[in-house]
Design a protein around this ligand. Sequence first.
Ligand code: CP
Length: 311
Amino acid sequence: MKHCLHLKDWQADEIRAVIERAMEIKKNPAEHGDVLKNKTLIMLFQKGSTRTRLSFEAGMTQLGGHGIFIDQKTTQFSLTDFRDEIRAVMRFGDVLMFRALKAADVLTAASFNQIPVIDACSEKYHPCQALGDLLTMAEHSGGLDKIKKVVWLGIENNVSNTLKLACAKLGIDVWIAAPKAHQPSIDPELNKMADATGKVHTTLDLKEAMEGADYVHTDTWVDMEFFDNGKVKPSFQEEFDARVAMFKPYQLNAALLEKHNPNAKIMHCMPCHIGYEITSDAINHPNSVIFDQAENRMHIQKAIILHLLGK
Ligand code: CP
């Protein structure tokens, strides 16, 4: 059974095909209006979300199917064994989309091979974001083959992991300009696989990173678990301050583009933390493709689900 977990088991052709399918669906939405009639996507969230929830739910509606949202707080997961509960949950749908606190739980769900499972952002991976971002880059570059160099700024994390691997598999050079990796996100096997392509480069020199880059991408320096109602939790304040000091030189802002590469397009998977990893002048810059990225989450989710269901 096919799953979308981390892209380690996805071949370049498969990545390419899903992105091209998303482009086709985006151009002709009416032709796909009932392709998932009577199909159900179960959407299990252990963490908050704006884009992932909306894109999957709207995508299922547009394909003629239905998405059911369930979360940790209002289900019985906390009362029982995860393996039992998830096996019961998967009896009600055709695909499981799981935003999990731990990637290991997504892998456990997939290991039962009851229905296809999608990692919808765990601490290690965010494959749907990577595929959606490649769709956005392909649109703005005039095709996947036109994308030559992608830069990741700030901290290495779940988003950079899957983006790096997907780009490297497609033969795109990825430059990582990040003084640190978020420890829980590290997957040595994924890193080894990406490094083996010869397409992953690391530098702390912004000039070297930005030179000739088609796209520059960043993400939050801290996990969503650091925040409570938009404020840093007191228990994380010290770590938060240390990260801000470390990563500030790698902030994505208009001055960085002006200095090193005025042609690079600006990307962020959102939500943006203004004044930290990105500035308002970057979000609203003429080179920004951030809102296209957000919308493209929906188009790529459709293609991923159809691919997993063999449709
Ligand atoms: N980029 C992303 O996954 O957004 P949400 O956390 O809002 O789903």
